[in-house]
Ligand binder design. Structure first.
Ligand code: PGA
Length: 252
C-alpha cells in the first residue's frame, strides 16, 4: 500500500501574528497547490483562526499544538477540541515531547486527549520518542511502545485512519542531531510492526509515521526516502519560507 507523505510544520511558541501570516502566505504561494503530499501547519493557538483564514483555498491544513480533554468549564488556560475545530482546524498535535517533558503530560493524559480529539472529529498527530538516556540504555522501543500502546488505548482500527504517528527521538529535537536515515527507518519499521500487533496488517500498512527531529532541506530527501518514513514533523526548519519549501519539495 502506498502512503501519501504528510509533512507538517510545528511552529511551537514562535512568530507574531504578522510574521505568522507572512510565513503562511509565503508558503501558500510556494507549496499551497501541491497535492502529492499532505501539508499542515501547527501555529500557536491564538493565531489559529488567522492562519486558517490565510491558507483557505490552498492544500495546506492547520492544527493546534495541544488541546484539553474536557468540553468546557473551569480549566483556566486550556482550549477544547471543539474550539480548535471552530477556528477551521483539521488537526491536533498531541504528546509532543515538550508537552511530556516540559509540562509533565503523562501517557494517560495524552490518551484522554487523543480519544477526545478523535470524537471531536480532529485528525490526531500523536508524537512519541525516547530520551537520549533511554536510547543509550537500549530502551528505545520499550519507551515508544509504551507511549503508543497507552496513547492509543481505546482507539479502534476504524479510528486509526484519523491518526498519524510522529516519531521524534527527543535527543534529535532542536539539537541539530538528526537520527540517521538507518536509525529512523529501524524505529519506524518497529513502530509499524507494533501497529500490526495492536491492530492488524491493514492499519499498520495505512498509518503514516512521520519523522521529527532536526529534519531540514539538506537531510530531508534521504530521510523521506526510507520505506517506513511517511513524512516529517518539522520545528526549526518550518519557520522560514525557503527552508520549509525546499524541505517539502525534497519529498516530491
Ligand atoms: P526540530 O523540532 O525540527 O526543530 O528539531 C521538531 C519538533 O519538535 O517537532
Amino acid at each position: 500500500m502506498s502512503r501519501k507523505l504528510f509533512i507538517a510544520g510545528n511552529w511551537k511558541m514562535n512568530t507574531t501574528l504578522q510574521s505568522g501570516l507572512d510565513l503562511a502566505n509565503g508558503l501558500k504561494e510556494t507549496i499551497g497547490s501541491i497535492d502529492e503530499i499532505e501539508l499542515a501547519f501547527f501555529p500557536p493557538a491564538v493565531y489559529l483562526k488567522s492562519i486558517c483564514d490565510a491558507v483557505a483555498g490552498s492544500n495546506i491544513g492547520v492544527g493546534a499544538q495541544n488541546m484539553y480533554f474536557e468540553d468546557s468549564g473551569a480549566f483556566t488556560g486550556e482550549i477544547s477540541g471543539a474550539m480548535v475545530k471552530d477556528t477551521g482546524c483539521k488537526y491536533v498535535l498531541l504528546g509532543h515531547s515538550e508537552r511530556r517533558h516540559v509540562f509533565g503530560e503523562t501517557d494517560e493524559m495524552i490518551n484522554r486527549k487523543v480519544l477526545k480529539a478523535l470524537s471531536d472529529g480532529l485528525h490526531v498527530v500523536l508524537a512519541v520518542g525516547e530520551l537520549l538516556e533511554e536510547r543509550e540504555a537500549g530502551k528505545t522501543m520499550e519507551v515508544n511502545e509504551r507511549q503508543i500502546r497507552i496513547g492509543l488505548e481505546g482507539v479502534d482500527a476504524a479510528a486509526m485512519s484519523n491518526v498519524t504517528i510522529a516519531y521524534e527521538p527527543v535527543w534529535a529535537i532542536g539539537t541539530g542531531k538528526t537520527a540517521s536515515p538507518e536509525q529512523a527507518q529501524e524505529t519506524h519499521a518497529k513502530i509499524r510492526q507494533l501497529l500490526e500487533k495492536l491492530y492488524n496488517a491493514d492499519v499498520a500498512a495505512a498509518t503514516r509515521i512521520q519523522y521529527g527531529g532536526s529534519m531540514k532541506p539538506s537531510n530531508a530527501a534521504e530521510l523521506l526516502g526510507q520505506p517506513d518514513v511517511d513524512g516529517g514533523l518539522i520545528g526549526g526548519a518550518s519557520l522560514k519560507v525557503e527552508d520549509f519549501t525546499a524541505l517539502v519539495k525534497a519529498g516530491l
